[in-house]
Design a protein around this ligand. Structure first.
Ligand code: MG
Length: 325
C-alpha cells in the first residue's frame, strides 16, 4: 500500500513511537482564511458554511477572532457568531468551535458569548510579534499566562487552549528563522501550558528539510499528541511539508477550505494550504480524516461563488471541472 519511504513512516513516528493512521484536520478557513479575503461574508453565510463543514465531518473549526474590530473588520461579527452558537443556531454536533484571543480584553469578550476553545497567537520573531500583536514575544507570553489564569478562574478546567507559533521558519521582516530560535518559543509556549501547539510557516518558505530540523527536536520533547503544523502554500511546498511532518508522526494539520485566504490578488495573501488538497493526498495514503471530500469540494464551489473568485484548491478546481465538463 505504501512505498518503501512511507511504509514504516506512516505507522512509526520519531523514535519508534506508534502513531495513529488517522489525521485530524484543524479547519482554519472561516477565521485565518476569511481574515485575508478582500470580500466579506455575512454572518448568515458564515453560519451556513460552518454548518456544512461540520456536516462534511470537520471536528475542529476556527470560527472567529476577538481582536479589534477596526483592525480586522472581517472578524467584527465574532461576538454575534459565538452568541449564535451559544443560542443553538449552529448545530456543532461533537465539533469544537475555536476563537483567537490576543489578550485579556479579547478573552472577556469570548467568555461573554460562551466560547470555550481559545487560540493564542505569538511569533518566533519579535518584529512580527510587535507588528501583529503590538507586543514582544516575551510580553505576549506574559499576557497569555494572565489570559489562562482568568480563563481558569471562570471555567475551571472546562476549556481548551492552542498556541500558535507563527513565523517558525521565516519572517517577512527578519528573514530566515533558525530552528533553534523557533524551538525556544515553542518551549516557552509549552510552559504556559497549552493543550496543543501549532507551528506555523506564516509566509510559506519552509521546505521538507527545514521541517525536519524544527520538528525533530519539538517531537522529541513533546510527542505528536501535542503538536500541530500550519503550512502555507505560497511557494508550493505545503503538501510536501505536511507529508514530511506526517512522516515524523504529526497527526494534526491546519488547513483552509478551498484554500481560503490564499487569494492571489489580496494584499498580504496568506496562501493557506487547501483542506481538499490535503485530504485528497491523505485519502490516497490510507490516512483517515473522517471528512467527506466531495461534500467539502461542493462547499468550495459555493465559496467561490460567494467570494466571486476561483478557490485556490487544486483538487476543488479539478473536481469542478469534472463535474461541469
Ligand atoms: Mg494561515
Amino acid at each position: 500500500m505504501f512505498g518503501p519511504f512511507l511504509k514504516s513512516a506512516v505507522r512509526i513516528g520519531l523514535q519508534g513511537v506508534q502513531v495513529s493512521e488517522s489525521v485530524k484536520i484543524f479547519e482554519v478557513g472561516l477565521r485565518d482564511g476569511l481574515q485575508h479575503e478582500p470580500r466579506r461574508l455575512s454572518l448568515a453565510d458564515k453560519i451556513k458554511f460552518a454548518e456544512r463543514l461540520v456536516a462534511a465531518g470537520v471536528r475542529e473549526l476556527e470560527l472567529g477572532a476577538f481582536v479589534r474590530r477596526d483592525q480586522v473588520p472581517q472578524m467584527a461579527d465574532s461576538d454575534r457568531f459565538f452568541s449564535a452558537i451559544q443560542a443553538g443556531r449552529l448545530e456543532l454536533r461533537s465539533a469544537r468551535a475555536w476563537c483567537l484571543v490576543p489578550n485579556r480584553i479579547g478573552l472577556e469578550r469570548a467568555l461573554r458569548v460562551g466560547a470555550r476553545n481559545f487560540a493564542l497567537f505569538t511569533a518566533a520573531t519579535d518584529t512580527f510579534a510587535e507588528k501583529n500583536l503590538g507586543m514582544s514575544i516575551r510580553k505576549s507570553l506574559q499576557e497569555f499566562r494572565l489570559v489562562l489564569v482568568r480563563a481558569k478562574e471562570e471555567l475551571g478546567s472546562n476549556f481548551k487552549v492552542r498556541g500558535y507559533v507563527s513565523t517558525a521558519f521565516g519572517c517577512p521582516f527578519e528573514g530566515k528563522v533558525a530552528a533553534k530560535k523557533a524551538l525556544r518559543v515553542v518551549r516557552a509556549m509549552a510552559e504556559l501550558p497549552v493543550d496543543q501547539i501549532s507551528i506555523g510557516d506564516t509566509i510559506g518558505v519552509a521546505d521538507p528539510r527545514s521541517v525536519v530540523e524544527l520538528l525533530e527536536p519539538v517531537l522529541r520533547d513533546y510527542g505528536p499528541d501535542k503538536i500541530a503544523v500550519h503550512f502555507h502554500d505560497t511557494r508550493g511546498t505545503a503538501l510536501a511539508n505536511s507529508l514530511r511532518a506526517i512522516d515524523l508522526g504529526v497527526r494534526v494539520i491546519d488547513s483552509s477550505v478551498g484554500g481560503l485566504g490564499g487569494c492571489p490578488f489580496a494584499p498580504g495573501a496568506s496562501g493557506n494550504l487547501a483542506t481538499e488538497d490535503l485530504i485528497y493526498m491523505l485519502n490516497g495514503m490510507g490516512l483517515k480524516t473522517g471528512i467527506d471530500l466531495d461534500a467539502l469540494s461542493d462547499l468550495s464551489i459555493l465559496l467561490a461563488k460567494k467570494l466571486k473568485r476561483p478557490m485556490t484548491s487544486r483538487y476543488a478546481q479539478a473536481y469542478m471541472h469534472a463535474k461541469t465538463g
